[in-house]
Design a protein around this ligand. Structure first.
Ligand SMILES: Cc1cc2nc3c(=O)[nH]c(=O)nc-3n(C[C@H](O)[C@H](O)[C@H](O)COP(=O)(O)OP(=O)(O)OC[C@H]3O[C@@H](n4cnc5c(N)ncnc54)[C@H](O)[C@@H]3O)c2cc1C
Length: 310
């Protein structure tokens, strides 16, 4: 067991974790940041980010490299390829197990910034055309589809929300639902019905995405009749759910919502004393700026916690 005890251990090196580390370090707390892969999180997968204020257009990878460099300037060297495989209480402290016992650490508090993962359709063309018309985020990539035709796959709340957004800027929107009926809440029913540009297709499975340089169509199959057809679209936005990376949260017995996201209060404190959470893992709007903002809030709350002010 290593001797080291830090004020705060941060789990996850996406925008939430990096910002939390930066804020904690600037408050003169001792900080360790663990990232199971390379720092950057999901934002590093974004081909372009066009909605981070102050940076008009930047590759996701570059934005995250800039954030990581900024963090290093303040003296935090993130530990990469260092998955936190276990966390348990040890008296008043938390005991972290990194890479199944390769390293151990004691911390007065922790911030869980482990993010979420969007679900993919798993159909031909999806990976090849990602960033060329295939997207998982209308807020991120949607504005580039003005006057085009798009398909939104998944008629839950997020899909309905995206379809309504596209109805305001696109020529036509297909809202495609695998099941017998849309699963969005009733509040969406009337606005969707009233929008002539939205065509809702139920019992419909997306089986392929066509295009070479960019998407030009999707293959869909009617699950009742078995009939297949191609819809000419310029973009496909997949909203079939995202999965919170909540393994550590579960180990700690944190209160989760019905979808498995960590429940936090206004200061981003979770239900176990000394544990905080920030970013996508809390189920908030999945955006880089929001994740960064909540990382800042969590680190500020931790300062008060560590200093015994709260
Ligand atoms: C393809 C794509 C494009 C996007 N484009 C945009 C955009 O243009 N604009 C925008 O605002 N938002 C965009 N988003 C959303 C944005 O990227 C996320 O909201 C944001 O990254 C969430 O940040 P986070 O720090 O909460 O989590 P994440 O970015 O998910 O980071 C979590 C990190 O935790 C690590 N981790 C998980 N478990 C452990 C563990 N046990 N130990 C150590 N490390 C662990 C993961 O490896 C990951 O790096 C996009 C998302 C995707 C997927």
């Amino acid at each position: 067991m290593g001797e080291e005890t830090v004020d705060v251990a941060i789990i996850g090196g996406g925008p939430a974790g990096i910002t939390a580390a930066l804020y904690a370090k600037r408050k003169a707390l001792s900080v360790k940041l663990f990232e199971s892969k390379a720092v950057g999180g999901q934002t590093a997968d974004a081909i372009w980010v066009e909605n981070y204020p102050g940076v008009k257009k930047i590759r996701g990878m570059e934005l995250m490299q800039k954030m990581a460099e900024h963090l290093k300037e303040f003296g935090v060297e993130p530990e990469e390829a260092a998955e936190v495989t276990g966390v348990k209480k040890n008296g008043e402290l938390f005991e972290l197990d990194i890479e199944d016992g390769e390293e151990k650490l004691l911390a007065k508090s922790i911030i869980i910034c482990t993010g979420s993962k969007y679900k993919e359709l798993g159909v031909p063309g999806e990976k090849e055309l990602y960033g060329k018309g295939v997207s998982y985020c209308a807020t991120c990539d949607g504005p580039g589809f003005k006057d085009k035709i798009v398909a939104v796959v998944g008629a839950g709340n997020s899909g309905a929300n995206a379809a309504l957004f596209f109805a305001g800027i696109c020529k036509k929107v297909y809202l495609i639902e695998f099941g017998e009926k849309p699963v969005f809440e009733s509040v969406y029913a009337q606005p969707i019905k009233a929008e002539s540009k939205i065509e809702v297709m139920i019992n419909t499975q997306t089986v392929g995405i066509d295009g070479r340089e960019k998407v030009n169509g999707i293959k869909v199959k009617n699950r009742k009749s078995g009939e297949e057809k191609v819809l000419a679209v310029d973009g496909i936005f997949v909203y079939i759910g995202s999965v919170p990376q909540n393994k550590i949260a579960k180990q700690l017995g944190l209160k989760l919502d019905e979808k498995g996201f960590v429940t936090v209060n206004k200061g981003n404190a979770a239900s176990v004393k000394g544990v905080f959470a920030a970013g996508d893992i809390t189920g908030e709007l999945a955006q880089t700026i929001v994740a960064a903002g909540s990382g800042a809030i969590a680190a500020t709350s931790i300062f008060e916690f560590v200093k015994g002010l709260k």
